[in-house]
Design a protein around this ligand. Structure first.
Ligand code: ZN
Length: 331
């Protein structure tokens, strides 16, 4: 459900899906206020028992498990969504995603990325049974988060290329429908870059729909393949190497510029679109030192056993430095 004011409908949506009993709510910082005002009211009005809390990751998950809820709701940003998705998956109960920002494709995907899981990349859980994305709420989130979400969507351009390459060279399963869906999301974001850059409602809707479609593409593929390739491995490597990494989607966007260059596709266009949207395109704008960019490029292929344009042995230091320089990511 995507629209203005839909955050008030969480209870009705849960009811219409045949849910009953106890709801456990995960709340982010922005989520707390909104949840108390709208989501809790809406759920209690529809006859649900509600348990909520804000604690650190590990304690919070234990608290949620102990509560034995019949379903889980997350109201917040990336981590809050993933905590709820993971708890619901472990408990074997349905999950409702109520994102307060459009910062990455986790809002609708079956994937989870959490510190407590101790993997540098995301693992497979179950997708949400419903996504309630309130456009007015998401519009109020900082532009930086929206721009980051666009970086995560543009990443599909190189992720799909990597997937096709793995199919051709390693005979990996490849699904054309899932690949096309992920690619189409990226193309729609490119087409609407100006509206998104100006933080217009129509632009924001496109980004939300693109992120949801990417989640669907992962469900169809049965893995994150259509949405996560070498550009994501670069971002995950940067998370491990840089003392102060940037946002996931911001790093993926910069990674996409460089991996597009390696794939021989129009990297300049991707860079231009990111600029129009207001997303970072350089190490400086990411707030990450040049050296960490090069190291992340060199280490990226080791992040996970997934074949990409980086090959089995990855880039040499010299090649990585040249790549970052040619694409203007470092000076
Ligand atoms: Zn991502």
């Amino acid at each position: 459900m995507i629209g203005k004011g839909v955050i008030k409908n969480v209870g009705d949506v849960a009811k219409s899906l045949g849910l009953s009993g106890k709801a456990y709510i995960f709340l982010g910082k922005t989520g707390r206020e909104l949840a108390t005002k709208y989501v809790l009211n809406s759920l209690t009005a529809c006859g649900f028992d509600v348990v909520d809390n804000v604690r650190d990751e590990e304690e919070l998950l234990r608290h949620a498990f102990d509560a034995r809820p019949d379903f889980v709701v997350s109201v917040g940003g990336g981590t809050t969504i993933d905590l709820g998705k993971y708890a619901a998956f472990k408990l074997g109960v349905p999950f409702i995603s109520v994102p307060t920002a459009a910062s990455h494709d986790g809002i609708a995907s079956p994937m989870v990325s959490l510190k407590v899981l101790k993997t540098p990349y995301s693992i497979k859980a179950k997708p949400p049974i419903a996504i309630i994305a309130d456009v007015s709420v998401i519009m109020n989130a900082p532009h930086r988060l929206l721009a980051s979400g666009c970086g995560d969507v543009l990443a599909k351009l190189t992720a799909v290329k990597d997937w096709r390459l793995a199919h051709m060279l390693k005979n990996e399963y490849y699904g054309e429908y899932a690949a096309s869906l992920a690619e189409m999301s990226a193309k729609l974001v490119m087409k609407n870059a100006k509206l998104i850059g100006a933080h217009k409602e129509e632009g924001i809707r496109v980004v939300i729909e693109a992120l949801v479609s990417c989640g669907v593409a992962m469900c169809i593929a049965g893995s994150s393949r259509p949405c996560s390739g070498s550009e994501h491995m670069f971002s995950h490597a940067l998370d491990m190497i840089a003392p102060k990494p940037a946002l996931h989607g911001e790093q993926c966007g910069v990674g996409t510029i460089m991996m597009a260059y390696l794939h021989g596709i129009d990297w300049k266009k991707i860079k231009e679109v990111l600029k129009v949207i207001g997303a970072p395109t350089t190490a400086k704008e990411l707030g990450v030192e040049d050296e960490y960019i090069i190291r992340a490029l060199v280490e990226a292929h080791k992040i996970r056993p997934r074949y990409t344009i980086l090959g089995d042995t990855g880039l040499t230091w010299e090649a990585a430095e040249r790549l970052a320089r040619v694409t203007g990511v470092i000076e």
